[in-house]
Design a protein around this ligand. Structure first.
Ligand code: GDP
Ligand code: MG
Length: 596
């Protein structure tokens, strides 16, 4: 155990975490140039494109230090977005130390702070690393001040590097060896292994990623998941190098994988404790929580005969993403589909993109919703995440919606604009801190529904990209909620219905109508788009007909021919209207969410 170091890199998005991970991998020689892909740890294409790390991954780096000894450095990568902060906390619970990476030009951002707090909660050794020192706009002195003043860390111990240019890498490796303590734990004690991730392998089933806290696990053992008492027989244990490398056993202090015939990733819960069935540990490891989706939306195939295909794709997708849940759903407008739960809007976008790209699905997504809580007059309480299940205003005693606590970091010059935005989004209980001159930390309590409705984009634009944002769900609070329906030529498009705050209903209805007007192409007939609450129409727009000038083609004279043509056209219109065949593009559904 003296030669093991378990660490993670934490950073705000784009501060260079993946790039640094690649460098560490390269430097320790795990990968040769041939197998080296940019951003080794980001396995998925989308991540590479968007530069975000979605699923945590682990890799063991053998490092021969200057003291002549060879250490096993276990790098546990963490997802870098607020939607995945529970996963981050489980990864950190598997470590003894972290590299806190800060962009030399950007300085400390909201997630730098949020991630630092998570690391502090786990009593980890924190090594501040200033990255991108090669940039002309790098301001190392300012970042050093921020490390002292804003983070409350001792800036003496900071390191500097350019992950891109590959400078300062060896110093970082030496610091990991000498400053991060080796793991503790007793290999003779009953097994306690922390699950921090899992992924699906088509040949071997679920691969569990874990950190052994106490005890030893080897093939042939019967393991037990403490959250649900499910037992499995271990087929293989090993370490993650570039590929999996089989090992006889995993012992206290080590990070590695367990293969045990677990069918799907959803049978494995991140944060759960694995123990031995015949000699279990007395308590599960602390911090386990069931992850609960907070954003919901329905997914429909664009062509209804693709339903079975979509079903298969979702089954496969879920094998690899335990935080994604779905059940059957159907819509009068869009047919058979699925109601899905996501950790947040980014998670939703990721799922949507992966379904389209990796599984070749053409899908339509309904308006995302949060999970509301209704207490009815008869005293019963239920949660509604699908506007189709809105209970009807006359039966409701109390309506409540989820609130978040948002932490916003921004340069002071944007304070006015951001406060205005937060007020507009029904924010309350604000607090203001000045962590350092020129920068503010603004804390607001906001309804989650307002945040999933274009908050992030607008925040980015009012702060010109300099603001950063982090949030946690805190509680439910009373709100006047109504059901807003959208009618297209008098027909309710159930997939566009939304539960909204009463004060917002009219504006939201208008915006939805306007957006749809822009997105729905003109057709051969007039299209009326209306917003309604109950029976009351609160907004309305019209898309005028696209009218082929048929008459122009008849040169003068022949009145009867003209009339025939007009009649035909009218009939065409009528039939279209009757079937309600307005083709609404996918973009229209998403655009209803946006306000500008
Ligand atoms: P992550 O989101 O923290 O994983 O960040 P990435 O590693 O994906 O890096 C974000 C961007 O910053 C990419 O375009 C990198 O090429 C760039 N980058 C990372 N490290 C450095 C560095 O040391 N110097 C410069 N100039 N750019 C860097
Ligand atoms: Mg990354």
């Amino acid at each position: 155990m003296d030669y093991i170091r378990n660490f993670s890199i934490i950073a705000h998005i784009d501060h260079g975490k993946s790039t640094l991970a690649d460098r560490l991998i390269q430097f320790t020689g795990v990968s040769d140039e041939r197998t080296f892909k940019d951003q080794m740890l980001d396995n998925m294409d989308i991540e590479r494109e968007r530069g975000i790390t979605i699923k945590s991954q682990a890799i063991t780096l053998p490092y021969k230090a200057r003291d002549g000894r060879t250490y096993s450095l276990n790098l546990i990568d963490t997802p870098g977005h607020v939607d995945f902060s529970y996963e981050v906390s489980r990864a950190l619970a598997s470590c003894e130390g972290v590299l806190l990476l800060i962009d030399a030009a950007q300085g400390v951002q909201a997630q730098t702070v949020a991630n630092l707090y998570l690391a502090m909660e786990h009593d980890l050794e924190i090594i501040p690393v200033i990255n991108k020192i090669d940039l002309p706009s790098a301001d190392v002195e300012r970042v050093i001040e921020q490390i002292d003043d804003e983070l409350g860390l001792d800036s003496e111990g900071h390191l500097k590097c350019s992950a891109k240019a590959g400078t300062g890498i060896e110093e970082i490796l030496e610091a990991i060896v000498h400053r991060i303590p080796p793991p503790k734990g007793n290999p003779e004690a009953p097994l306690a292994a922390l699950i921090f991730d899992a992924h699906y392998d088509a040949f071997r089933g679920t691969i569990i990623h874990c950190r052994i806290m106490d005890g030893t696990v080897k093939s042939g053992d019967t393991i037990r998941f403490m959250s649900n008492s499910a037992t499995y027989r271990v087929e293989e244990t090993g370490h993650f190098l570039l590929q999996r490398e089989k090992r006889q056993a995993l012992c206290a202090g080590e990070v590695g994988y367990i293969i045990a015939g677990v069918k799907t990733v959803s049978d494995v819960r991140t944060g759960d404790t694995i123990t031995l069935d015949e000699n279990p540990c007395s308590h599960p490891l602390p911090g386990f929580r069931e992850v609960k989706p907070v954003v919901f939306a329905s997914i429909y195939p664009i062509a209804s005969d693709d339903y079975e295909d979509l079903k298969t794709a979702l089954e496969k997708y879920q094998l690899n993403d335990a935080s994604f849940i779905y059940t059957k759903d159907s819509s009068a407008a869009l047919g058979q589909g699925f109601r899905c739960g996501f950790l947040g809007l980014l998670h939703l976008e990721v799922v949507q993109e992966r379904l389209e790209r990796e599984y070749d699905q053409s899908i339509i997504l309904s308006v995302p919703s949060v999970r509301y809580r209704f207490t009815l007059k008869d005293g019963s309480v239920f949660y509604v995440d699908n506007p189709a299940h809105y209970p009807g205003s006359s039966s409701i005693e109390l309506s409540e919606e989820p609130y978040i606590r948002a932490t916003l970091m921004l340069p002071e010059r944007y304070l006015g604009a951001v406060m205005k935005l937060c007020m507009e989004k029904r924010g309350t209980n604000s607090t203001l801190n000045y962590p350092s001159p020129g920068r503010v930390e603004l804390i607001y309590e906001l309804p989650l529904a307002e945040v999933i409705y274009d908050f992030y984009d607008r925040f980015k634009s009012v702060t010109q990209g300099y603001g950063s944002f982090d949030y946690e769900v805190i509680d439910y609070r009373e709100g006047q909620l109504v059901l807003l329906d959208i009618l297209v030529n008098g027909e309710r498009v159930d997939a566009l219905s939304q539960i909204v705050h009463r004060d917002r209903a009219r504006a939201r209805g208008l915006q939805a109508c306007e957006r749809l007007r822009e997105e729905i192409p003109r057709q051969m007939f007039k299209i009326a788009i209306q917003g309604a609450i109950g029976g009351e129409i609160i907004s309305r727009t019209t898309i005028s007909a696209f009218r082929k000038d048929v008459i122009a083609k008849c040169y003068g004279g022949d009145i009867s021919r003209k009339r025939k043509l007009l009649e035909k056209q009218k009939k065409g219109k009528k039939r279209m209207k009757m079937i309600g065949q307005v083709s609404i593009p996918q973009s229209a559904f998403l655009s209803v969410l946006k306000s500008d």
